[in-house]
Design a protein around this ligand. Sequence first.
Ligand code: FAD
Length: 477
Amino acid sequence: MPNKVSYDAVVVGSGTNGLAAAIRLAQEKLSVLVVEANDTIGGGTRSAELTLPGFTHDLCSAVHPLGIGSPFFRKLPLERYGLHWLQPEFPLVHPLEEGVAAVVQRSLEETAASLGADQTAYARLMGPLVGQSENLSAEFLQPILHWPKHPLLLARFGVYASQSAARLINKKFKGAPARPLFAGMAGHSFMRFEDIPSAAIGLVLGMLAHTVGWPLPRGGSQRIADALAAHLRFLGGEIRTGFRVEHLDQLPLARATLFDLTPLQLLLLMEEKLPSSYRRRLGRYRYGPGVFKVDYALNAPVPWRNESCARAGTVHVGGTFEEIAAYEREVVEGKIPERPFVLLAQPSLIDPTRAPSGKHIIWAYCHVPNGSNFDMTERIEKQIERFAPGFRDCIVARHKMNCEAMEAKNANLVGGDINGGAFDLRQLLARPIFSPTPYRIPVPGFYMCSSSTPPGGGVHGMCGFHAAEAALRDCFR
Ligand SMILES: Cc1cc2nc3c(=O)[nH]c(=O)nc-3n(C[C@H](O)[C@H](O)[C@H](O)COP(=O)(O)OP(=O)(O)OC[C@H]3O[C@@H](n4cnc5c(N)ncnc54)[C@H](O)[C@@H]3O)c2cc1C
């Protein structure tokens, strides 16, 4: 690309954070170029026929409570560009032994009522969060170092969110089904349940299930990226694919450059330009466990023993609280446990566009130690069979991705880490550095806008939005 072509802003990487940053800048009538290494846009929101023609799988994200709940996405006319959220009847079902299952319904009251002895505890825990979810989301979807608009609300959330999942579960819930149900939601943190703040993710995901749901985009996650890209182009922005940035001098001149990349890649790209103290801080940035993912083409829906599972968008397959806790602990400690906690989505149950008539797809992954290339397929299928005998007979084709394959498809997935860095107490506070504006790279005009900045992993675009706001303040006002 000739260097003389100049833009107000260039964004490296077309994940949802890169696209969100570009849109926010283009909204201010700035000229914006997004460059993307892959031939298709979207990063963690891409879909493709991974198994067989006619079966549309999501390479990465599939279920989008954070997407539908994103304060920035909600202001954009994404429906006009083909984004339609589909809500499954139940956001989440968690099967247990003997055909029993715990169910998260849209209604908080109905969910609590199904939890037996834990009815009141669940309602008391989730009720205040659900009642104030918009205010609360606005607080935690930004850097932790900020003046809160709702300090009391945030303090109340903090009391529970700053606990370990094990402590919260042991203190609040007496038995199944509430204990494994909350454990499954906390399992999205990739943390040991003994570590803080592993409870936080469980609380946020539970709250979102009762407020905005856990929807899937019709046609697959790619539709989110495509709708964002279409809106960006409408605003005058440009996107170039097949453009891997390996040296800064490949980039056109710009007043602001935003990187939808993680610290490791930024170090490789900018090392000698960065002040040594910042380099050291980025060098200490930690990546979390990786994932092993299998996408299935099926000739029938999964034959769940419990029929509620067949009405859910997401199914958490892992058994009891103790089993899931042991699994997550071993993964963080670098071991490959026998019985994985499988996060499974069944898009074709509510979206006929995803598979040929009568056929189905399943999206399933489990956590593994960072960089592990152990093939978990057999163990994943054994777990699903445990709650859905006959599952294997439905499989027509499967597509596997280990940590290496993940990273090969998207350089941001370092060692298979899907969140752009570990979510632990240190990196909740310092992501990637401790600052009210952690998006700013200490080189004028350079910013980081990926999920390695607050509020972190997930498809919500808020990292991109805040990074663009910082660039607007510094470079364009
Ligand atoms: C298996 C899996 C399951 C997930 N499930 C969910 C889910 O259900 N719900 C949810 O909300 N989130 C989920 N996530 C997480 C979510 O996908 C990410 O948090 C989100 O995509 C992060 O967005 P981003 O813009 O920060 O980065 P990314 O989406 O990773 O985008 C980064 C982009 O930068 C590009 N890039 C990298 N290096 C270069 C370079 N040198 N030059 C040019 N371009 C470059 C990449 O190709 C990529 O397109 C999942 C992720 C994975 C992998």
